[in-house]
Ligand binder design. Structure first.
Ligand code: BTN
Length: 252
């Protein structure tokens, strides 16, 4: 905590052995009026949530699960940019603490060696004191195995680096919070700094992708990220389309 003295994010940190979900806990604290920048870690979650009703499982004392309470003072239209900020902060954290080369699978996931190493869940809620956000992050650090069905698609920093290289969890956690403090000032103004960082680490640009939009599927090549961070996709024929969120994007 001393490492973060005076920083907006992480001035106040709670650590639990077990919670149902750090994001549910932080949501309750947000509703109760707790201030911007509170960070909550848990070693274990009994009801860890991912996007689209997925579950999130981490290994106690091996990985990182945290949620952050944010009360942005910028217009609501910019709030969805938080996911990209968090993805870039995660990449920069991994880059500065390991030799790995993380990529962002637009918009919510961070990949290493073609497998998911971290997931982001950004949610907006409304309280009497106005709207607030809960940023939930799961980062696989030291776990050495996954359930069979996840083994082909999930990794941890240690699994990618080799078993003899356990990673310093606490240092990584502090680096992540520092990165978030460094990047959140670009949330509204000079946002191109963030977009540029995401573009440089894009897993999808140049790839053939399929996306499910409501009830129909679209396919094409992911060709660019626009200035808002939305994904531009060029189908085999016809005009390009813009994906604003990741509902069910697959690539090949
Ligand atoms: C995803 O990849 O679908 C997002 C996963 C987000 C998981 C984190 S772990 C900490 C926080 N608490 C939760 O219940 N979920 C997020």
């Amino acid at each position: 905590a001393t490492a973060l003295a005076g920083q907006p994010i992480g001035h106040d940190v709670q650590v639990f052995d077990e919670l149902a979900s750090t994001s549910d806990h932080v949501k309750d604290l947000g509703l109760a009026g707790f201030p911007h920048g509170l960070v909550v870690f848990a070693e274990q979650q009994t009801q860890g949530r991912g996007r689209r009703d997925n579950r999130w499982q981490s290994e106690p004392y091996e990985d990182l699960m945290l949620s952050i309470l944010l009360r942005p003072t910028i217009p609501l239209e910019f709030w969805p940019r938080l996911t990209g900020i968090a993805a870039l902060a995660l990449c920069r954290t991994i880059e500065s603490t390991t030799p790995l080369k993380p990529l962002i699978k637009w918009p919510n996931d961070v990949f290493v060696d073609g497998k998911k190493v971290a997931g982001i869940l950004a949610e907006t809620f409304t309280s009497n004191q106005g709207p607030f956000m809960v940023l939930g992050i799961g980062l696989n650090i030291n776990r050495s195995s996954f359930p069979e069905e996840l083994t082909p698609i999930a990794t941890s920093l240690r699994l990618s680096l080799g078993p003899s290289q356990p990673q310093p969890r606490e240092r990584i956690a502090i680096t992540l919070l520092k990165q978030l403090n460094q990047l959140t000032p670009f949330w509204q103004d000079s946002h191109e700094v963030i977009i540029q960082g995401i573009r440089e680490r894009s897993l999808l640009i140049g790839r053939a992708i399929r996306a499910k939009l409501d009830d129909h599927e679209i396919s094409g090549q992911a060709i660019a990220l626009n200035d808002e961070g939305h994904l531009i996709v060029a189908p085999a024929s016809g005009p390009t389309f813009t994906l604003t969120s990741a509902e069910q994007v697959r690539w090949s």
